[in-house]
Design a protein around this ligand. Sequence first.
Ligand code: SF4
Length: 137
Amino acid sequence: MENIAVSACLLGYHCKYDGGSNLNHDVINFCKGKQIIPICPEVFGGLDTPRIPSEIQQDGRVLNKFGRDVSFCFQRGTKLTWEVLKKHHCTQAILKDGSPSCGFKTIYDGTFTNVVVEGLGVTARFLKDKGVTFIDF
Ligand code: SF4
């Protein structure tokens, strides 16, 4: 049976920036009986929970809402996520859309004004380039 990487917040882990989760019962039901590997790139990258929200800027850097450059944490989290996927032979992932890490269709535009644009989070972009496919919910 193939392992599937899943954004941990969708499974109910309280790893979201505000300390909550994004529990998704459709994802939970889909995952029943499957080999699931929870991932949270932002926690893997060393960021705290709760944490200041971050958005990807036009120049590719990731800044938190207070202007701190947290790009390194996102890159480190992506690297560790990829190590986990490789270790568990995951070629598919279920990711939380809209996140600066996990967004696989949309992200926020970097202005912290709740504007959503088409785009990929840092980790999702890396995984896509590695050939990982995303299961859409
Ligand atoms: Fe969820 Fe991904 Fe954000 Fe972690 S980084 S809280 S898994 S969306």
